[in-house]
Design a protein around this ligand. Sequence first.
Ligand code: SF4
Length: 309
Amino acid sequence: MIKKELIEEINKLKSEKNAIILGHCYQNPEIDEVADYVGDSLGLSKLASQTDADIIVFAGVYFMAETAKILSPNKKVLLPNKKSGCNMADMIDIKLVKEFKAKYPDLPLVCYVNSSAEVKAECDICCTSANAIEVVRSLGVKKVLFAPDCYLGSWVQKNLPDVEIISYTGYCPTHLRISPDDIKSAKEKYPNAVVLVHPECRPEVANLGDFIGSTTQIFNYVEKTDYKQYIICTEKGVVDRLKLQHKDREFVLVNDRIVCHNMKYNTLFDVLDVLKNENNEVFVDKDVAKRALNSINRMISIKSSKVTV
Ligand code: SF4
């Protein structure tokens, strides 16, 4: 089946079944051609909770589809390709999070949304990479546990020196592939470019950034500025979309290995398959979903919280 036919078939099924397709901005850009919305994980889940669609096809990784299910329990949530997991989220499970908490029994636990529903259910409050600093600050405590991303934890620590952040040891293997030398080489080639870095990067990388922010914050930064060249230190999908959105400017991926292969498993064929057969449905245990929802809602309720990833 050629791409045009695939897209037509997906759109036909979408309207017949009252479905929507949500695409994360790290997906292959071909997904955008059928997606109703493209964005960050929590922003997409919030949209999912507001839609009157019966079926949500979440083209992203598993924890994102789970979050959509938690926020929209009465909808059928489908993940196009079962192999799409998140390596960072998989670094901590229910047993490990309980052990981590047991070592520091009196401390609150902040958990990055890049985690399973069970881990979210065990934490006091969730955060995104955009609002992690605000979330920790909102707790008004001197010490806090942070999981799973130790580098996002370091970024929060740098911004809140009066709070002691005790981080779990997880990390994103994709962002770990960026080194300070990559930035230095890119800067030699593009000396006038501004460097935009995701806070999942190591501190020695983040320290070289002109701007540090979540994917949505990076898109917003580009929108509000008018530099000619940008060096982008996050997943390739962000660069692909920036190039499409701003054809008059130059976007350089800091090295060509910054690809989250888990995100790229979802194809148009997979989207068609799950729409047709309604397979790969995502379920979350009711009690776990209720407790995870509390942690998410607590984050959302923080005044002026920017709920983006
Ligand atoms: S880029 Fe990293 S954090 Fe994001 S889905 Fe891939 S492995 Fe997980």
